[in-house]
Design a protein around this ligand. Structure first.
Ligand SMILES: CC(C)(COP(=O)(O)OP(=O)(O)OC[C@H]1O[C@@H](n2cnc3c(N)ncnc32)[C@H](O)[C@@H]1OP(=O)(O)O)[C@@H](O)C(=O)NCCC(=O)NCCS
Length: 121
């Protein structure tokens, strides 16, 4: 039987995230994302939208665990990749939780949103 441990959601202002990226560039990317999470560059808009969506997903997952981002879970402890069909798949370093975290990401020009469900294991 499915037991839900927690749910989490996050909304992110993409323009604000883009300004941070303009200021900090790769330093920001390296602080928040593992190498294999960084999308290949097709256009600046798509690149920023995709990173913003993954950032929102990491925050949503941290809320689903009830801890927020901090000493329990860091941004880089959470890895968001895509399956063959493009669906985002989340895992957490050191925890074998790949099948128990469910995420969904969406973005418009201005906002990225993400929703996460963590199953009890
Ligand atoms: C929980 C966290 C993810 C909140 O994110 P946020 O973007 O600051 O704020 P949001 O508006 O998305 O969410 C706020 C809501 O999260 C919820 N929330 C707070 N702590 C929470 C927790 N431990 N678990 C689940 N939900 C929590 C609350 O409902 C809160 O609303 P309230 O302030 O009205 O009570 C925050 O703890 C965090 O860790 N942020 C990382 C910040 C950071 O390092 N940024 C650097 C970027 S370069």
């Amino acid at each position: 039987m499915l037991m839900i441990k927690g749910i989490g959601t996050d909304i992110l202002d993409i323009r604000r995230f883009e300004r941070l990226h303009l200021t900090w560039g790769n330093k920001l990317v390296e602080k928040l994302f593992n190498n294999d999470e960084v999308p290949s560059f097709s256009s600046n808009k798509k690149f920023i939208q995709s990173l913003a969506g993954k950032f929102a997903a990491k925050e949503a997952i941290s809320k689903a665990f009830g801890t927020g981002i901090g000493s329990h879970i860091s941004f880089k402890d959470i890895k968001i990749l895509k399956d063959k069909k493009g669906k985002p798949v989340a895992s957490i370093k050191k925890l074998n939780l790949e099948d128990s975290i469910h995420i969904s990401i969406s973005h418009s020009n201005d906002y990225a949103v993400a929703f996460a469900v963590v199953e009890e294991t």
